[in-house]
Design a protein around this ligand. Sequence first.
Ligand SMILES: Cc1cc2nc3c(=O)[nH]c(=O)nc-3n(C[C@H](O)[C@H](O)[C@H](O)COP(=O)(O)O)c2cc1C
Length: 122
Amino acid sequence: MLSAIFDVARSRNKKAQITGALLITDHYFVQTLEGDEAAVRSLYETIVTDERHTDVTLVEEGDCDHRTFSRWSMAQVSASGRADIPLHSNHGEIHAAARTSLTGEQIALLNRMRNTIGADAV
Ligand SMILES: Cc1cc2nc3c(=O)[nH]c(=O)nc-3n(C[C@H](O)[C@H](O)[C@H](O)COP(=O)(O)O)c2cc1C
């Protein structure tokens, strides 16, 4: 199911010039979407009605002058071996594996995403 979500998301996001990251845990998805406001709002409306998840909450929204995940049409953030950004649980923070070089801004946003689900994170 996850690979189906990523396949569709990556191809559609490229076309719509949307970037972001999707953090996956046993119980939650936490996603950042970046791009043109109308395109992001329209995608959000689609994702909200997706029956593969329930109880969707908008945590934060706002204008920004640049993208945090500009390299990724949708980065997979998880503890699975195939993740673009491996998620480790040490001390409640995101730790990128050596092969993944993340900016301080990316790490800060990933930690904010993770903190929204608190103790239930993988
Ligand atoms: C947690 C989650 C995140 C998703 N993220 C995206 C995304 O970033 N981009 C995208 O196009 N679809 C995403 N989807 C899939 C959409 O909900 C939808 O199935 C897909 O865009 C196809 O829409 P359509 O059936 O209207 O063509 C996501 C689904 C879930 C459950």
